[in-house]
Design a protein around this ligand. Sequence first.
Ligand code: TYD
Ligand code: MG
Length: 458
Amino acid sequence: MAKAKSKWICKECGYETAGYLGKCPECGNWGSLVEEVQPDAKAPNAAANEFINTEKPELLKDIHIGEEVRVKTNISEIDRVLGGGFVQGSLVLLAGDPGIGKSTITLQTCGQICRTGKKVLYVSAEESSNQLKLRAERLNINSDNLYIYPQTNMENIKAQIEEISPDFVIIDSIQAIYSNIVQSTAGSVTQIRECTNLLMHIAKNKNITTIVIGHVTKDGNIAGPKVLEHMVDTVIYFEGDKYKSYRMLRAMKNRFGNTSEVGIFEMQTDGLHEITNPNELFLNERSRVAAPGSAIIVTNEGSRPLMVEIQALVGTTSYSAPRRVTNGVDLSRLHQILAVLEKRVGLDFSKQDVYVNVMGGIEVDEPSADLGIALAVATCARDVVVDPQTVIIGEIGLSGEIHPVNNIEKRLKEAEVAGFKKAIIPDSNIIPKGLEKNLSIVKVKRLTDAIISCVSAG
Ligand code: TYD
Ligand code: MG
């Protein structure tokens, strides 16, 4: 028998080479190449060929768009993230850390979909039927249309899809599935790629909506090559702090909608519950007594503004190089803000450690959070407090000027509803009408103006 050939594949980007390399020439990652035994060259093609149908090139003008069919889950947070429900026949990747609640949210979604009369096949590659039944009982799901199939072999799954012909297929998880046409073990780059490829063909040919669950590695990537993200129509991440009860659903890629929406849930003993007013949740976490180094910002997550507390801690360092640590904010953004505070406000952080934390386990990557971060840091350094009834919105330029932000009206309205009394906003933003009654709005041009107008002696 001929010796099986092997290739080295980059786990991060899918780059292939015949021999081992320490550094991937494509994406530059070190130690990311893994060896994989290659299947018989003809085999994977044979599988894919099965699906190649008689389609021919068509003129653009002759293509008629059928109506995009959306299946709503009736869980409004999920529907919103997906842009109005699942698109029939699409392939969705649900990724998240182990234990975060992917199987739970998927099973709950299945329960809702079955209520609309759709048939669902839940392939459980990690848990037994008994375990799933127990979970379903806990979640109060009982449906005649929900098939549970504990299986790890792709060919068997395909056969069952053909037999049952469901409207929805769930694969929990893709890392535990293997196909006979590839020799490597389940979870390897080649297996994940091949199985996803097969599932994509099935989804598109039979118009079955497929949800593929994927685990995420320690560094936050979906285990398997990035190529997996390119293959699917939608990538949603389920994330959150394992030690806290709320979870966030966020679209990272969506061929049928935007990617800025966030769905928020709370994990309880009977499953995940939607949080329709997240501001209550995040602001409740806030310390009751105003302390130096705390500022409230209003980020704009999709169609819904979120009020979040930024906390900073500044203290004399005991290290040779002072520490800069962030949680929920990009570190380079903090470096930039510190540089502006040093140069334009005159603060000195050269012997100070600076820690910045976004409360509630939220990631803030919007530039409108700059001013809130700067004020949290500056007030902590000067040991004064930001008035706790104030929200802070604004992007900081390198010369200390404050730039306007988008959606100011939505943000301010949300702050008003949440009971805030004052808002510090960029000077060049136009104040929407009717807001000034309950909210005193202070416009600032420069970072120094913002510092003066927000602090009260602590
Ligand atoms: P699970 O959906 O199994 O996570 P994943 O599929 O992402 O690995 O969820 C696991 C955690 O959720 C587990 O620690 C228990 C908790 N949980 C609840 O708190 N309440 C519930 O109703 C359920 C079903 C799970
Ligand atoms: Mg699971």
